[in-house]
Design a protein around this ligand. Structure first.
Ligand code: AMP
Ligand code: GLY
Length: 428
């Protein structure tokens, strides 16, 4: 079969890499992709939300499976667009429709969903410009710290944790009255702060059944010791040592099953990935957020641990046959380190030649934000540049390999965190 992957980051490179190992796959296309992906798949320069062009391309290339990487096309209804066009409705799609994608597209929707279906989540209330005064009063009565979340998509930036009342009230006013996150903050969810350690669970759904994929822990902050600004993710580890069998059973019973049943009750036929951000609070899972897709850089550690044929798994999901497939997962530990551009996640330097790529061995290099200069050399182009994934018998063994690759590769302004996974070593 021919597969079209939508997206341009390390996640999509990892998807293409894993799908290329399948005998079921003839051609892999990635739109818009990046120059690293172009080494293993055919790239097409079409924007992720240009549905007309993506549809034409899918017809021209006889695509039978469409795998949607990022959230924006899902929330904008790429599945709905394909399904309602008779020429495209035969294309199998991995990714929910616009209603299902609201799990990620609207925090207010997802909080209501969790409350309605008894899924453990922090207490919250939603406010708009009209109810700003009540929101300011609500903050006065609430314990600190407190979490303010823009309702809509804000590229991972829409969450503010306020340590004091003045900051919380100022932030609420900025979000509701001054459009701090544009339309995304027309509604704001104010939420109780959960104290614990985070991890993520990934679930593949076929509309009625599910498979739980390997879990992962992502490192969101730019600075070592989890300090500084939030980023898209600076590295990831799978498996997560504190996610033992007892905890994972609770995740399945208390979170995954009620989520799948809730979707059915809401009349949402969900075919695609659900990425559940969890807080482990004293051994119990609480849901922080849902995403309607895989994580980046979590995909770069989850896929290398999956031994099953990914194309077979995705086809089964698209056909409603997931129970027919056995998911096998490696016991090895996977680590990924993100190399980022100098200055990221604020304004960053770019266009510098990347050296050392050919000297890296034993590590998968997934391109996230690379470009080519006029001589055809790779340069850093995005904030996150390369994800360096290694497998090992332990976190220490895997991370040493990722670290060695991070030292070997170079470009002006290169930065990466040297402490990825170290906090977990004391839990092993
Ligand atoms: P989100 O965009 O919802 O993933 O939130 C970004 C980050 O904010 C999460 O990864 C957590 O580190 C933090 N966060 C979100 N909600 C809470 C909460 N209720 N309690 C504590 N931390 C939170
Ligand atoms: N790494 C977090 C995300 O993909 O949203």
């Amino acid at each position: 079969m021919n597969i079209l992957i939508i997206g341009s980051g390390g996640r999509e490179h990892a998807f293409a890499w894993k799908l290329k190992q399948s005998k079921l796959v003839q051609n892999i296309f990635v739109a818009p992709g990046n120059p690293g992906i172009a080494k293993i798949a055919q790239i097409a320069s079409i924007a992720v939300d240009d549905f007309d062009k993506l549809g034409e391309f899918a017809l021209e290339k006889q695509i039978t499976l469409l795998l949607v990487g990022p959230e924006v096309p899902l929330v904008k209804g790429i599945r709905d667009f394909f399904e309602k066009n008779p020429l495209l409705s035969h294309v199998k799609i991995i990714g929910p429709d616009a209603k299902g994608a609201q799990l990620e597209g609207s925090k207010d929707f997802s909080k209501n969903f969790m409350k309605k279906h008894g899924i453990p989540t922090a207490a919250s209330q939603t406010f708009t410009q009209e109810t700003l005064d009540q929101g300011l009063k609500y903050l006065e009565t609430h314990s600190l710290p407190i979490v303010l979340k823009a309702d809509g998509l804000a590229a991972g930036k829409g969450v503010i944790i306020a340590e004091d009342l003045a900051t919380a009230q100022k932030t609420l006013i900025e979000m509701l009255n001054h459009k701090k996150f544009g339309e995304a903050s027309d509604k704001v969810v104010i939420e109780q702060y959960l104290n614990g350690i985070e991890m993520s669970t990934f679930v593949l759904c076929d509309g009625s059944h599910y498979k739980i994929l390997p879990e992962a822990k992502d490192y969101k902050r730019i600075g070592e010791g989890d300090t500084g600004l939030n980023t898209g993710g600076m590295g990831a580890i799978s498996p997560v040592p504190f996610a033992n069998a007892e905890f994972l059973t609770k995740v399945e019973q208390e979170v995954v099953i009620p989520t799948i049943n809730g979707l059915k009750k809401e009349g949402i036929k969900y075919v695609g990935f659900i990425f559940i951000g969890l807080m482990n609070v004293d051994g119990s899972p609480w849901v922080i957020e849902y995403n309607a897709r895989m994580g980046d850089p979590e995909t770069e550690v989850v896929l290398p641990r999956i031994e099953s044929d990914l194309a077979e798994l995705l086809l089964a999901a698209a056909n409603g046959n997931l129970p027919d497939i056995e998911l096998t997962v490696s016991d090895l530990t996977a680590t990924t380190l993100m190399l980022v551009s100098g200055g990221y996640p604020e304004e960053y330097t770019k266009g510098y030649t990347i050296s050392g790529l050919e000297d890296v061995t034993g590590v998968e290099v997934f391109h996230a934000g690379t470009g080519l200069n006029s001589q055809g050399d790779y340069v850093n182009q995005g904030g996150r540049v390369l994800a360096l994934t290694a497998l090992g018998n332990s976190i220490t063994e895997a991370i040493q390999k990722s670290n060695k690759a991070a030292e070997t590769i170079d470009y002006e302004g290169k930065y990466y965190r040297r402490d990825i996974g170290l906090d977990l070593l004391k839990l092993v």
